[in-house]
Design a protein around this ligand. Structure first.
Ligand SMILES: [Cu+2]
Length: 639
């Protein structure tokens, strides 16, 4: 475990105490971090020119008109959306509104999007903010099947599903009795029925502990608060079960055989303040035995919390002392870990220390052995713990046995070999664990590699999501863009392909081979039960409820004049009858706050009160035709 054995001359690494940062060093970390940011800024100014993209290497530039090799699906942080990029170009292909409102497509404006987002009794949106961190795809046979993406909302503890054929959100569910839903991961197989070798569950980690139920009780005693790990049915998007644990859930990973899910824990102390959360020298990665949890649920051995009907199984240590019946296994890992990632060979999970300069490699076979009573202690499931650098966070894989971990404090990406780390842990002093360290700009958070979270990890590209860009781009005021750095990992040495800007603030993402993604360009009109067709188009009135059924076909709407009365409740349904690819129309109604688009053969609707009289031009917002500007109808509200 001597860092000199790594064959890397890294002063910062060797200055740390062997194993873990001392408590006093850890307590001062906030200051240390800020200090490093400041001093890296100076170093970065000098490096800025030197670190220009290199010409050698296997990566190809994407010329105008050429298509990218990969899609990247990334989160947007507190922007609340998901984004689609092409890689290696880094071109933004789409922004998918999820928990945010978006007036380009009318997300949060149309009745259909509001029904997905959730409304209050008065019809207004329940939430208009979101905080997306993780995007993960659905699997079949250990790789992406191109069906769904799932994304979390940390603020309001919601899980959203995005259809990959249309790249639009189709379902959102709020997790009961959870606050700070952070990590998520899809399962890859059923734990019992191996014929179900595709995603049917999504696991969601609850980060913040809260009173259970959170209804005003125990406000002054956080020791009574708890955290839940949730399982959602991927098809119906309904909660299947929850598991109460000690400590918190940070990020989530799943095994390829469907038997295990795990979450790293930076607060095993169950503390409610910063010092308390950093008190223990070791924290944990908590493993969930999915088959056992679901057997307990089936047998009725669960409780419920407050008004929620979701079965809650007890995964706390006190209730799980016998490995042979336990539903959880708490494996000790480096201090205040962030990140748990599954190796593409299906053998290991890696947790990084954050306050420890180490990565902990846990062998899944040994975790199962503990559950079967064949391994003495959960800590015996740890098969390696190499020192890799300061502030290790997330680990990506190349499918060739190498791991790439982001080092937040060192502003580096470290490439290390998993087998060598295991050999070193067993006592092999000649094992060369660290292969290369590369500066990234600056302070990396998540990294992710091409197909790296599948059995088809291809070792071509690594994206380093850097939290600070500083001098890398033209300044745009106080808030800088983030830097997403694309690194070619296909050769022996890593090399920087490009700096891509990112509007604040992406976290995690996945890189998916383009042949996996099959999108549709034109909707089927019959998929929309409220589609407007010539036979039902026009105005229908019931008392003061008016339904305006409108069609669009470039360059006109089906009605040149739409007349309603002040005080009417108007529902406007619009179907786009154009069948030409990419021939989208918009629908904007001035002073009524209506703005949305309809794609070819799509139907959307809005409902609003016509509360002020006058003449309003309902016009097309989305360029559609040489006579696009002429595409407008008179919306008349009689006094
Ligand atoms: Cu138009």
């Amino acid at each position: 475990m001597d860092s000199k054995d790594n064959g890397v001359d890294n002063g910062a690494e060797q200055s740390g105490r062997r194993g873990f940062l001392s408590k006093s060093a850890a307590l001062g970390l906030a200051g240390v971090t800020l200090g490093l940011v400041a001093c890296k800024e100076e170093a970065g100014a000098a490096k800025g020119g030197a670190a220009a993209p290199q010409k050698e290497g296997a990566s190809k530039e994407i010329a105008p008109g050429q298509l990218d090799e990969y899609y990247a699906f990334i989160s947007a942080g507190h922007g609340g959306e998901a984004r689609v990029l092409g890689l290696p170009s880094g071109r933004t292909l789409k922004r998918i509104p999820v928990f945010n409102t978006d007036c380009m497509v009318g997300w949060g404006v149309t009745n259909e999007s509001k029904a997905i987002m959730g409304t209050k009794a008065d019809g207004t949106l329940k939430y208009t903010t979101g905080d997306t961190h993780h995007v993960h795809g659905s699997y079949k046979d250990g790789t992406y099947d191109g069906r769904w993406l799932f994304v979390n909302d940390k603020i309001h503890s919601r899980l959203a599903r995005i259809r990959m054929d249309t790249m639009e959100c189709d379902k959102i569910v709020e997790l009961p009795n959870v606050m700070g839903f952070h990590g998520l991961f899809t399962d890859k197989c059923d734990p019992v029925d191996t014929k179900i070798n595709y995603t049917t569950r999504v696991f969601c980690g609850g980060e913040f502990h809260i009173p259970l139920p959170n209804d005003g009780r125990d406000l002054d005693d956080p020791t009574k608060w708890g955290t839940l790990f949730s399982c959602v049915n991927a098809e119906t998007m309904e909660l299947k079960w929850q598991c109460r644990i000690d400590g918190n859930n940070d990020l989530v990973a799943t095994s390829y055989d469907g038997k295990l899910a795990a979450s790293n824990q930076y607060n095993t102390e169950n503390a409610a303040d910063l010092n308390g959360m950093m008190a223990a020298e070791r924290d944990a990665c908590v493993f969930f035995n999915i088959e056992r949890i679901e057997a307990l649920v089936k047998a009725g051995k669960f409780t419920t919390i407050g008004g929620s009907k979701v079965p809650v199984v007890d995964g706390r240590k006190a209730a799980n002392s016998d490995p042979k019946t336990s539903v959880t296994c708490y494996v000790p890992v480096g201090k205040n870990p962030h990140g748990v990632n599954a190796s593409p060979d299906g053998k290991y999970f890696v947790c990084s220390g954050k306050l420890s300069p180490t990565a902990t490699v846990i062998e899944l076979k040994r975790v199962m052995a503990w559950f079967n009573g064949e391994l003495k202690e959960p800590r015996d499931a740890v098969v390696a713990e190499p020192e890799i650098g300061l502030g290790p966070l997330h680990t990506a894989f190349d499918g060739k046995g190498n791991a790439y971990t982001s080092l937040f404090l060192d502003s580096q990406c470290v490439k290390w070999n998993v087998d060598a780390a295991i050999a070193q842990f067993k006592g092999d002093k000649t094992a060369k664990v660290i292969i290369e360290k590369m500066d990234v700009h600056y302070q990396p958070g998540h990294n992710y590699s091409s197909m790296g979270e599948t059995k088809e990890a291809d070792g071509k590209y690594l994206n380093s999501g850097n939290k600070f860009s500083k001098d890398r781009f033209l300044p745009v005021g106080p808030l800088h863009p983030e830097t997403e750095q694309l690194i070619d990992i296909s050769g022996g040495k890593m090399h920087l392909v490009a700096d891509h800007t990112a509007y604040s603030e992406p976290h995690d993402g996945i890189i998916v081979r383009r042949d996996i993604v099959k999108t549709r360009q034109i909707y089927n009109m019959d998929d929309f039960p409220n589609a407007v067709k010539p036979e039902n188009a026009g105005i229908e009135r019931h008392g003061n409820k008016v339904h305006v059924r409108l069609m669009s076909q470039a360059p006109a709407y089906s009605m040149p004049i739409i007349k309603v009365k002040k005080g009417d409740e108007v529902t406007l349904t619009l179907t786009n009858h154009d069948k030409v690819e990419d021939l989208t129309h918009g629908c904007a109604l001035p002073t009524y706050n209506i703005n949305f688009i309809v794609n070819p053969q799509e139907t959307k609707s809005v409902t609003f009160k016509a509360d002020h009289a006058g003449a309003f031009w309902l016009y097309c917002t989305h360029f559609c035709h040489a006579l696009h500007l002429e595409m407008r109808s008179r919306f008349l509200v009689e006094a």
